[in-house]
Write a protein that binds this ligand. Structure first.
Ligand SMILES: Nc1nc(=O)c2c([nH]1)NC[C@@H]1CN(c3ccc(C(=O)N[C@@H](CCC(=O)O)C(=O)O)cc3)CN21
Ligand SMILES: O=c1ccn([C@H]2C[C@H](O)[C@@H](COP(=O)(O)O)O2)c(=O)[nH]1
Length: 264
C-alpha cells in the first residue's frame, strides 16, 4: 500500500493548514489520485490493523439501500452512530441514492441494478455511473456524501472502477473507502462475469486532522507488508445476494491498530 503511504507523506509534507466544519483543524491538499490493481492483492492498509468487519457490513448496508443504523448496530458496527438521529436515521444518504433515487416526475431509479445491467449488456458504454450527489436532497442528509460518484469501465474482459471523493479524512476514512470500493469492484466483477481490473481513487480535499498527525507519522515509520487476498463465494451471481459469510480474507498480517478520534 505504498500509494496510501505516499498520500500520508504528501499531506504531512505539503499540506496547507486549513480550518474545517468540525472545528478540529486540518492539513490539506487538493486533488490526488491513487491506483490499485486488484491482481496485486486486496488493497487493505497493512501499516495499521483495519476492522474489515465494519467495512464489509457498511458496504452490504449501502447495497441493501438501507439508511438506518439499526442493521449496523445489530452487527456491532458503530462508525455511523455519531450522525444518526434518535430513531437511528441518517436521512437520504448513500443507500437511498444508490437504490431509490427519487425523480421530480415521480419515477424512482435503482442506479445499482441499472449499472450492473448496463455492464452486462453494454460494456463499452461511457455512462456506467452511479452518483449519490443529489442536490435536491442534500439538506435532509446527516452528512452530504463524501464518496459521491463512481464509474465503471470494461476493457480486455477486465472491469475497473473510478471513484470521486470530494472530502477525504486520510487517516480514518480513506483506508475504509479504498477497501470498500475494492470490494464493490470484486462483487460487481463476479456478477458480471468479468475479471477485476483497477480501482482508481480520485480525491478532492484530502486532509489529515490536526489530532491525527502523530498517528500518521507512526504509520509512516512502519514497513508495509504483503497485501492479503479477498475471496468471494463463487456461487453468488446477484449483487444483492451477497452476505457477510460470503467474504473470506486470508493473509492479512497488519501492524497493530492505531486509535484516533473521529471529527464529528
Ligand atoms: N470525520 C469523519 N471521517 C470519516 O471517515 C467519516 C465521517 N467523519 N463521517 C461519516 C463516515 C463514518 N466513517 C468512519 C467513522 C469512524 C471511523 C473510525 O472510527 N474508525 C476506527 C475504528 C473502526 C471501527 O470501529 O470499526 C479505525 O481505527 O479505523 C471510520 C470511518 C467514515 N466517515
Ligand atoms: O466515507 C467517508 C465519509 C466521510 N469522510 C470524511 C471526510 C471529512 O473529514 C468528513 C466529512 O466532512 P465534510 O465537512 O462534509 O467534508 O468525513 C471520509 O473520509 N470518508
Amino acid at each position: 500500500m505504498q500509494q496510501y503511504l505516499d498520500l500520508l507523506h504528501r499531506v504531512l509534507e505539503t499540506g496547507t493548514a486549513k480550518s474545517d466544519r468540525t472545528g478540529t483543524g486540518t492539513r490539506s491538499v487538493f486533488g490526488h489520485q491513487m491506483r490499485f490493481d486488484l491482481a496485486e492483492g486486496f488493497p487493505l492498509v497493512t501499516t495499521k490493523k483495519l476492522h474489515t468487519r465494519s467495512i464489509i457490513h457498511e458496504l452490504l448496508w449501502f447495497i441493501a439501500g438501507d439508511t438506518n443504523v439499526q442493521y449496523l448496530r445489530d452487527n456491532k458496527v458503530t462508525i455511523w452512530d455519531e450522525w444518526a438521529d434518535d430513531q437511528g436515521n441518517l436521512g437520504p444518504v448513500y443507500g437511498k441514492q444508490w437504490r431509490s433515487w427519487q425523480c421530480c416526475d415521480g419515477r424512482v431509479i435503482d442506479q445499482l441494478t441499472d449499472v450492473v445491467e448496463q455492464i452486462r449488456t453494454n460494456p463499452d458504454s461511457r455512462r456506467l455511473i452511479v452518483t449519490a450527489w443529489n442536490p435536491g436532497e442534500l439538506e435532509h442528509m446527516a452528512l452530504p456524501p463524501c464518496h459521491l460518484l463512481f464509474q465503471f469501465y470494461v476493457a480486455d474482459n477486465r472491469l475497473s472502477c473510478q471513484l470521486y471523493q470530494r472530502s477525504a479524512d486520510v487517516f480514518l476514512g480513506v483506508p475504509f473507502n479504498i477497501a470498500s470500493y475494492a470490494l464493490l469492484l470484486l462483487m460487481v466483477a463476479q456478477v458480471t462475469g468479468l475479471e477485476a481490473g483497477e480501482f482508481v481513487h480520485a480525491l478532492g480535499d484530502a486532509h489529515l486532522y490536526d489530532n491525527h498527525l502523530e498517528q500518521a507519522q507512526k504509520q509512516l515509520s512502519r514497513e508495509p507488508r504483503e497485501l492479503p487476498t479477498m475471496e468471494l463465494e463463487p456461487s453468488v451471481n446477484s449483487l444483492f445476494d451477497f452476505k457477510y459469510e460470503h467474504f473470506q480474507l486470508t493473509g492479512y498480517d497488519p501492524h497493530p491498530h492505531i486509535a484516533a478520534p473521529v471529527a464529528v
